[in-house]
Design a protein around this ligand. Sequence first.
Ligand code: AMP
Ligand code: GLY
Length: 437
Amino acid sequence: MKVLIVGNGGREHALAWKIRQSSRVKEIFVAPGNAGTALDAVNIDIASNDIAGLVAFAKQERIGLTVVGPEAPLALGLVDALEDEKLRVFGPSRAAAQLEASKAFCKNVLRQADVPTADFQVFRDPDDAMRYIKGKYPGENDRCPVVVKADGLASGKGVIVCKRRTDALDAIDRISRRKEFGIAGSQMVIEDRLDGQEASILAITDGRTILPLPAAQDHKPAFDGDTGPNTGGMGAYCPTPMVDDSMLAWIEEHVLVPTVHTMKRNRKPFKGVLYAGLMLTQAGPKVLEYNCRFGDPECQPLLMRLKSDLVEILEAVVDGNLDQIDNPEWDPRPAICVVMASQGYPGEYQTGQPILGISEADQMPDVKVFHAGTKLVEGTVVASGGRVLGVTALGDNISLAKLNAYTAVQKVRWQGSWCRKDISDKALQYIQEHEKA
Ligand code: AMP
Ligand code: GLY
């Protein structure tokens, strides 16, 4: 079978690397891919949001399975367009992808499904939104624990976590009057701020059966100690000790099952990856958001640990018989992915610097360097994006996986490269605190 993977990040390189290990697969294409996917597959020069171009290519090549990485083509209806041509595709329909593409849609589903989430209100008019904030927090210098979110897709940037009333009023102004996030800001969600550790629970579902994957933890702020601006994710590890088996079972019962059921009842059945971004609060896990695809970088440590054939799982979703396959087998060892980024990311950055040392790092045992923002220029791998590489490693425990990953990171260099130095430290701290208790 021929497989087409859509996207060009670390997630798509991990998918190509893993799918290549399947005996069911003869040929893999990645559109548009990066310098890493070129090693595991054939890159095709079609942009990931060129729906017509992707459908034409899939038809022409008789692609047996398309796997969609990013949210934008899902929200544009790539799955529907491929299915209209009787082509097999892994991912949610455009209607179901609203769960990620509209935060107001997501919150309404959560409310309808009675899934724990922060209290919220939806606004279109900035004056109404400001009146709401001023009514709830009358003192000009009041603490104001709210989060103001642009409704639509904004690459994770349209979420503003507020401390004071002025932060909230400014956030409303940025989203709704200055339109910093374009049409993504035509609606806003204002919700209560939650405190706790965050966890990513990814589940694969065919709309009836739900297969939760081991819990992961992302690191979204740019700098060590969770400081600095938000990014797409600076590193992730899996499994996280913060979500034990009984909590995962609770999340399945109280979060995933009612969500999938409600989507089905609303005639927008969800199939693909349902990714719950959770806050583990004192009052239990609460949903911050849903994504409708594999997380990036969470996908990298997850797939590094998956021993079973991924294609068998993806095909079971397409065929609607996820209940028929065996539970996937996982490497018991934890995996950690450290993102190496360009100088300046998540702000402006330069590209084109040659990258050295990737193959030395890649040759280390239990290490895999996944490419994200890279491209090949005259045979040399150069940086071409903000998040450039995802250096991923297994180890017998989290400390050893961390050591392995950062030893590999030290072998890689380019001008201006940097990474967070504390990926997975939250797990180590959590384990220490719980050993003491
Ligand atoms: P989202 O795209 O909705 O997941 O938001 C991005 C990030 O903003 C999350 O990973 C959290 O760090 C933060 N965030 C979102 N909603 C809340 C909330 N209600 N309380 C605290 N932090 C939040
Ligand atoms: N790691 C966050 C995301 O994929 O949205």
